[in-house]
Write a protein that binds this ligand. Structure first.
Ligand SMILES: NC(=O)c1ccc[n+]([C@@H]2O[C@H](COP(=O)([O-])OP(=O)(O)OC[C@H]3O[C@@H](n4cnc5c(N)ncnc54)[C@H](O)[C@@H]3O)[C@@H](O)[C@H]2O)c1
Ligand SMILES: [Zn+2]
Ligand SMILES: [Zn+2]
Length: 391
């Protein structure tokens, strides 16, 4: 089969690889019909290379048709149409039962001290072959896959794999008071949905994003927008009666623009041999913190900052005095995808499309065009906001 593989920093190639086969009685094999590129793939493409090996198959936002199931997969049959959550979770451990599927105790990657295994997400998360491929082996298929109907197009359902529940969790964790104001940093795919979910739940939403067409897309969904600037804290306070927004979602993460120190550290790490680079990530501050620090500055006293954007460095400087003095709450983490399915499925199937899932994808291309698609998504060229590959 064809698969999108990592070959080095900013090097992706489509290779012919062996088809996956059933390995456990709880596995399924799915023929992929649509598979998206995520902002998290860009971290693997750029900063987290030291945790990948040449030939690793990328991708964690797939959907398709079940081809084959193991003997213990009684909930699925060949021909079923399914969306595959990016976290691999068992559904029956204490974490899964508590709605913390991204911390699943059955699939945790204990040798790295990390949470649940993820598709296509480096050795930090189990080196599981990913979903940007023609076929995917799905472990724990008796729990993870979301069965969907056959009428509506893939575009309606695909984002249930990651960015829609990620945005939903980000907004829920932001704990916005009724009728309150939510600021969303970053209007990439995750930020777009976080902002629209905020509107859907009745909040005033202000989105912050340097790229003009991403601001324009958000404005179509009733979101006020600002460019990222040095005076952002002042601007946000002046828009909110001097206090600042009640809650903030950071949908940018470790590669934020406007952080010269972090950018320098990330470049330096990129030049090190892998073993040293891994050590640097694990012991130093390599994240670009402009957004996180701006979020802490701008949120009102007693407010909540919710991180959907991924961070990687283990010794980043944090303004703890301000955080303590302002009495902030900080929540974060990989999304617990399956926890939010029942909330989101009716919204993506609603003919009125309340979250605008059909207004996100800007590029639908064949899997062969993945290398160019990664490059234009990273550089935000050609109006690229969300790419869906068709294997
Ligand atoms: N927690 C999870 O489970 C989870 C799941 C999916 C994605 N993510 C993370 O969410 C983040 C966003 O992903 P995405 O798919 O939307 O990707 P993306 O890279 O397209 O989005 C990031 C956006 O932030 C903007 N940005 C950069 N610097 C900024 C700044 N200083 N101020 C405001 N905006 C700025 C960029 O222009 C871009 O539009 C990534 O870190 C990704 O890894 C987390
Ligand atoms: Zn993703
Ligand atoms: Zn579990």
């Amino acid at each position: 089969m064809k698969a999108v593989t990592w070959q080095g920093r900013r090097k992706i190639s489509v290779e012919e690889v062996p088809d996956p086969i059933l390995q456990e009685p709880t596995d399924a094999i799915v023929r992929i019909t649509s598979t998206a590129i995520c902002g998290s793939d860009l971290h693997l493409y750029e900063v987290l290379g030291p945790y990948l090996s040449r030939g690793d198959i990328l991708g964690h936002e797939p959907m398709g048709i079940v081809e084959e199931v193991g003997s213990e997969v009684t909930n699925l049959a060949p021909g079923d149409r399914v969306v595959i959550p990016f976290n691999i979770s068992c559904g029956h451990c204490m974490m899964c039962r508590s709605g913390l599927q991204s911390q699943c105790e059955t699939t945790q990657v204990r040798e790295k001290g990390t949470g649940a295994s993820l598709f296509g997400f480096s050795s930090l998360y189990g080196s599981v072959p990913g979903g940007q491929a023609q076929f995917l082996r799905v472990p724990h298929a008796n729990y993870g896959p979301i069965k969907v109907g056959s009428e509506l197009p893939d575009e309606r359902y695909l984002y249930l794999s990651d960015i829609l529940p990620t945005a939903w969790q980000g907004v829920k964790y932001a704990d916005v008071p009724d009728g309150g104001t939510l600021a969303v940093y970053g209007l990439g795919p995750v930020g777009q949905f976080a902002a629209r979910i905020g509107r859907h739940l009745g909040y005033r939403v202000i989105g912050i994003e340097p790229v003009a067409e991403r601001r324009a897309m958000a404005q179509r969904h009733g979101i006020e927008t600002l460019d990222f600037s040095k005076n952002l804290g002042e601007e946000l306070r002046s828009m909110t009666g001097g206090r600042g927004p009640d809650s903030v979602v950071d949908a940018v993460g470790m590669e934020a623009h406007g952080s010269p120190a972090g950018a320098f550290a990330q470049n330096a790490v990129g030049l090190l041999p892998d073993a040293l680079a891994r050590k640097a990530v694990e012991t130093a501050g390599i994240d670009r913190l402009s957004v996180l620090h701006s979020a802490i500055d701008s949120v009102r006293r007693g407010g909540t900052v919710s991180l959907s954007g991924v961070y990687g460095g283990n010794a980043n400087p944090m303004p703890l005095f301000t955080m303590f003095d302002k009495q902030l709450q900080l929540r974060m983490g990989q999304c617990n995808v399956r926890r939010w399915t029942e909330d989101l499925l009716p919204l993506v199937e609603d003919p009125a499309d309340p979250l605008g899932v059909t207004d996100l994808m800007t590029h639908e291309v064949s899997i062969d065009e993945a290398p160019e698609a990664y490059a234009s998504f990273q550089k935000k060229q050609d109006g690229c906001i969300k790419v869906v590959l068709k294997p």
